[in-house]
Design a protein around this ligand. Structure first.
Ligand code: ATP
Length: 491
């Protein structure tokens, strides 16, 4: 992970936001390379889920909605995380990400240990338990160390669990609900009457526009509405680089179906579509898995939720959520607004409020998964080669064009001519400086799939050498071949 973060900074993909002021936790800025990668991911999603489908239309709703939206959706009451404070260090934790275990020696409790959520919480707690036993010079057999969530701790236990910040007990507070919506004021009055929220998800913008879209188009059930846009969550513990941040972007679809339809098979169809789409942008199936939320842990609105998980360097984590939300949201908005959300279905000649399947994913999380899947280090001729093996679909730069030498004007002109032609369609790069091998290496690190070099033979017939990033194979081709190759791989 550290190598990826440092490459991102070095090559202008991602910077900590407000770095010159020591940064602001949970916010990130995308540099010249990052912004291209991000746009390509969003474009690929939009092309595949909106432009190339007949049953999905797009939407771009405002970030701030009428505050009643969030009462209806349940966010005002329920969009909370359990917050724990350490009164000494002033650190804050999410109770469901904080674990503890009693240290039992010869059947007697000798104290408590704590650890933050990680891939090996159990091992960390065990190590801490052994340390405690040594520190207190307790003889005897250490019993099994079983991690428990801080949310399950009794008031008595809370007093005895050490804070992860100080290692000492007595400073942690019981968990309390913390609403993650960012608040602000609309209008000049500061008396609270203008209280509004920055949206914590893009989905509600779709639901409150449901009738507008239906009435202004020809939407026939089943159909979907898609939206890409910023969302804001005041996460207690933003972490793992851009995986969990406070400002991020979502790509969401609400896919409306008849209440009579078998939602399970439609749900499955969407999960399969999600999996193959991820492969099309370079995330291998081997890094993906699925997690079905147990029935008793489902959100109040959900009939079933499955997450596509990705094996990040810091653990297997949620990438893309697929929730079957029934008619919960439209019903709620009907109730709170007093406006009917029913539609008339021509096919069945019935009036109903549709049910919905929601594929919801974060752009930044996909971008991180794309980066992690692409990052590779190789030994070539005794030297380390760092490569980002981006799929050509999402690569920030598609082609780099080089004249072999810069002091041959005819060669530079030929190369520049192709560069200008490519530039009309793709993001491309032109470089004349340094040895060609060094130029290749720089492009490997930026994830550019193709490099084109004009050499002295090019002066004869205009052909050039195309060097492929992953195989490093070189072949001779001409302009027509190159455009065909790009048409096939950048779609
Ligand atoms: P988590 O349990 O990780 O907080 P969630 O289940 O609340 O996430 P959803 O509300 O289902 O997340 O959000 C849908 C998608 O939005 C997630 O699958 C993820 O890709 C993305 N997402 C959610 N929260 C964040 C965040 N803080 N930073 C970046 N992406 C996020």
């Amino acid at each position: 992970m550290e190598s990826i973060v440092s490459l991102c900074r070095r090559r202008g993909f991602i910077f900590q936001s407000s770095e010159i002021y020591s940064g602001i936790n949970g916010f990130f800025d995308y540099g010249p390379m990052g912004v291209e990668l991000r746009r390509n991911i969003k474009d690929a999603w939009w092309k595949d889920f909106v432009q190339r489908r007949d049953d999905i239309v797009g939407l771009d709703s405002s970030i701030i909605h009428h505050p009643k939206t969030w009462e209806a959706s349940g966010h005002v009451d329920n969009f909370t995380d359990p917050l724990v404070d350490c009164k000494v260090s002033k650190q804050r934790y999410r109770a469901d990400q904080l674990f503890f275990a009693p240290v039992v020696v010869d059947g007697r409790t000798a104290g408590y240990v704590s650890a933050l959520e990680s891939d090996n919480v159990e091992a960390e707690l065990r190590e801490a338990a052994e340390k405690l036993k040594r520190k207190k010079a307790i003889q005897g057999e250490l019993g099994p160390v079983r991690p428990r969530e801080f949310t399950e701790a009794t008031p008595e236990e809370i007093r005895l669990i050490p804070s992860p910040a100080t290692g000492e007990p007595g400073s942690l507070t019981p968990p309390r609900s913390f609403n993650m919506m960012f608040e602000t004021q609309a209008g000049a009055l500061r008396d609270g009457s203008g209280l509004v929220y920055l949206r914590p998800e893009t989905a509600q913008g779709i639901f409150i526009n449901f009738k507008n879209v239906v009435d202004s188009g020809r939407s026939k059930i089943p159909f979907g509405i898609a939206q890409i846009g910023k969302a804001f969550r005041n996460e207690i513990n933003p972490r793992n680089f851009i995986f969990r941040s406070r400002e991020f972007e979502q790509m969401e679809i609400e896919y409306f179906i008849s209440p009579d339809e078998d939602w399970q098979s439609r749900h499955r169809e969407w999960i399969d579509t999600g999996n193959s789409w991820l492969e099309s942008i370079g995330i291998p199936a081997s890094a993906l898995s699925e997690y079905t939320h147990p029935k008793e842990k489902l959100s109040h609105y959900s009939k079933g939720t499955v997450d596509i998980m990705y094996a990040f360097p810091f653990g297997v984590q949620e990438l893309w959520g697929f929730a079957a939300r029934g008619d919960f949201d439209l019903m709620q908005h009907q109730k709170f607004s007093g406006k009917s959300m029913e539609i008339f279905d021509e096919a069945s000649k019935k009036k109903f409020i549709p049910h919905v399947i929601e594929p919801s994913v974060g752009v930044d999380r996909i971008l991180l998964a794309v980066l992690c899947s692409a990052y590779a280090e190789e030994e070539v001729g005794g030297e380390k080669r760092t490569i980002l093996k981006f799929s050509p679909r999402v690569a920030p730069i598609k082609v780099a064009v080089f004249p072999l030498v810069k002091n041959k004007p005819e060669l530079v002109r030929l190369a520049e001519e192709l560069y200008r032609k490519l530039q009309r369609h793709y993001n491309v790069f032109f470089d004349t400086s340094g040895a060609v091998g060094r130029r290749y290496r720089r492009m490997d690190e930026a994830g550019t799939p193709y490099c084109v070099t004009f050499d002295f033979d090019s002066l004869e017939d205009g052909s050039f050498t195309l060097r492929e990033r992953d195989t490093m194979e070189q072949k001779r081709m001409n302009e027509e071949d190159l455009f065909r190759l790009l048409d096939e791989t950048v779609y």
